[in-house]
Ligand binder design. Structure first.
Ligand code: 13P
Length: 283
């Protein structure tokens, strides 16, 4: 069933858990994620990032995401991730998405405020929540450009977070506090104290981007400080690739591509199963 971003975050607040927000540009990621949400009957965000347009356009994969979410027994949000223009967010809403992130983090502060505010006004007309972003995180959400380390000078500042939330009316705020998109090439160093300060100053749930590749202890310590949505993609897709590679190595006579997609979906499901057990404190 479809639920809104606010409902999912309220659940996370009550349960002191983090909502898994999975990028699902392919059917394997989509069906793997939904299978795990249903297995544990937990709310989840299915999301499509603008940077994944070359994998599948939102007009192609988006209606499938919405239909799968509607039919599912699990409560699911269908969300535009890293919308870089208001037009892209509109494209998501046009195919049935009910939530969006506008990413103006690389714009000058005033432009980020103005454009995020415009997206909030658009979403208000539908009753949808909006996630904004402040502070810069290295790497892009397609996992190909990461330097693997975060620059503390670009972390989100609590005073800025307070002003940004007040000026834009966002439902949740993606912040920079030590995570990176893509692969970690060095040990992640998360500033937990900063997460707590950002949560208190902004007054809205904190979103962790670059959420794949951390340990369960790191997720839970972040959740305890106020992270309520955890964006996750690279390591699930990497697990899929490794499963496909193993299959081709062990069975070089494989002759149809769909054998790879079956192996990939099983690997994604296993990866996300471990994530969900951690984030939702399934013991
Ligand atoms: P990862 O690259 O760590 O999976 O992060 C994904 C993300 O933040 C999407 O917005």
């Amino acid at each position: 069933m479809l639920i809104g971003l606010r409902q999912a975050l309220d659940h996370a607040e009550r349960a002191n858990c983090g909502i898994a927000a999975i990028n699902t540009p392919t059917l394997e990621l989509l069906l793997g994620a939904v299978k795990v949400a249903e297995r544990y009957a937990v709310p989840m965000v299915l999301q499509h990032a603008q940077v994944h347009e070359p994998v599948n356009a939102i007009e192609d994969i988006g209606p499938v995401m919405v239909e799968v979410a509607r039919r599912s027994s699990a409560p699911l949000v269908v969300h535009v991730d890293h919308g870089e223009t208001i037009e892209y967010v509109e494209r998501g809403f046009a195919v049935g998405f009910n939530s969006a992130m506008f990413d103006g983090s690389r714009l000058p502060y005033d432009d980020n405020v103005a454009q995020t505010r415009a997206v909030v006004e658009l979403a208000d007309g539908y009753g949808f929540g909006v996630e904004g972003e402040l502070g810069i995180m290295p790497g892009r959400e397609d996992g190909v450009e990461s330097t693997g380390t975060a620059d503390e000078a670009l972390y989100t500042r609590p005073d800025d977070a307070a002003a940004f939330v007040a000026a834009t009316g966002v439902t949740a705020l993606a912040c920079s506090f030590g995570t990176v998109h893509g692969l970690y090439k060095a040990e992640p160093k998360i500033n937990y104290e900063l997460i707590g300060e950002l949560r208190r100053a902004g007054g809205v749930p904190v979103v962790m981007h670059g959420g794949s590749g951390l340990s369960c202890d790191e997720y839970r310590a972040s959740i305890d400080q106020g992270v309520r949505k955890i964006n996750y993609y690279t390591y699930a897709d990497k697990a899929a690739l490794e499963a496909a590679r193993t299959l081709l190595t062990e069975k070089p006579d494989t002759y149809v591509f769909s054998d790879l997609t079956v192996a990939a979906q099983a690997a994604i499901t296993a990866d996300l199963d471990a994530l969900v057990r951690c984030l939702y404190r399934v013991f």
